[in-house]
Design a protein around this ligand. Sequence first.
Ligand SMILES: [Fe+2]
Length: 205
Amino acid sequence: MNVELPLLPYDYDAMEPFIDQNTVSIHYNKHHKNYVDNANKILANLPEFNNFSLEELLKNINLIPLDKRISLKNNLGGHYNHLLFWYGLKQGTIIDGKIKDMIEYNFGSVNNFKEQFECSALSCFGSGWTWLIKTDNNELKISSTSNQDNPIMGKSIVEIYGYPIFGIDLWEHSYYLKYQNRRIDYIKSFWYIINWDEANNRLNN
Ligand SMILES: [Fe+2]
């Protein structure tokens, strides 16, 4: 199995002024590319997993030999998380359809959901992510993960597991140039750039 850095579906300045052009460029060309390169180096020594898809491999990360498991989890997880992040961003979409209905059903209102998501993202200590996930019971929940873990990796890795609908990158590399220590401002700007169409697509998966 081999993974590739996909083309960004927009220009580096497409998320201005919420995420600046320089941050997107470095984040994509340096950080994401690094996860891809490192994951491929590890995967080259795991030919027995050639037939696994990216998601299958992440769901079964505990099958990976112990000496390669953590580094693969970090780098392949980093690749997957950043795929979700880039494709989960777009300016100008509106919350509508099934995602809106399910958020209102599960959290009471869109505003309640935003408050809980912000609270979870703000309290995530160190580097990690906060996700909206769909559980096996078809419920929406908020799940925060450390480092490059993802809720798809299952209960042996994360407390609240499920299928990620979208997530916010809380590593400082995703916001520090513009926001410095003001993580809350970065989190609040996220609501202006969520790709709600993509969220609806993933909800139907
Ligand atoms: Fe990142």
